[in-house]
Write a protein that binds this ligand. Sequence first.
Ligand SMILES: Nc1nc2c(ncn2[C@@H]2O[C@H](COP(=O)(O)OP(=O)(O)O)[C@@H](O)[C@H]2O)c(=O)[nH]1
Ligand SMILES: [Mg+2]
Length: 247
Amino acid sequence: MNVVIIIPTYNEEGHIGDTLKLLEHEISRIKNHVFDILVFDSCSTDKTIPYVKSLQVKYKNIHLIVEDKKSGLGGAYIQAMRYVMKHFNADIIFECDADGSHQPKYVPMMMDAIEKGADVVVGSRYVPGGKIEANWAFHRRMISRVGNYVARLFLTRKFHDITSGFRATKVFLLKDIALENLLSKNYAYKIHLFWELHLRTDAIVEVPITFLDREHGISKFPRNNMWESLKVVVMLRFRKLFSISAL
Ligand SMILES: Nc1nc2c(ncn2[C@@H]2O[C@H](COP(=O)(O)OP(=O)(O)O)[C@@H](O)[C@H]2O)c(=O)[nH]1
Ligand SMILES: [Mg+2]
């Protein structure tokens, strides 16, 4: 299969080098699939962009797109996914943070789940065996826990980590979704995208991961995204209630 790992970046000079090198190490050990990495940057003002460019000299499968104006995490992913669907012959798209929280060592396990028939694999912090390292900032940990709790309460109890940002998804599903119409262009896009995916397939598997805290830089999670996430959850429930069709 052809796999593209999308890494969104905004000022990740402290991490992007290690993340890319670790990913290259993991994917070099997987012989039966072809991997590309697409870094989608939103005009980082630090050394993220030159750092990625320097690694492109060594690793020919690293691609870089820099958008003109910061459009938010969802905006970045929507553009990156549409680019991949247009320009790569990809079967699988990974969503993966740049800051080391999503450990590349889980990529082989996630690909195993795909090989066994999963359409969507979620790196899950909230299934048995999964965890978040204790040093993740208290407020960030609470937002994640409460966000997941509310999303599960209003949407579906079937899954445990609806807001995980570490996922592998079959492209045929993404092609069926009008990504530009997702209700959020920021972090809450994850909830809506997951909702649309679960309407289209039963083959969603959660695999346990240990989520590490970033060692450098700061979280880019905008505080007001808590309310946006709540709004998205309520709107999705409302749509379901009144049988308003999926995207
Ligand atoms: N391209 C792009 N990436 C972003 C944006 N906001 C956050 N990111 C990236 O999304 C990932 C998750 O962000 P992070 O700050 O670690 O959020 P947290 O872990 O949820 O607190 C990181 O790789 C960030 O660099 C954005 O506006 N554009
Ligand atoms: Mg992070």
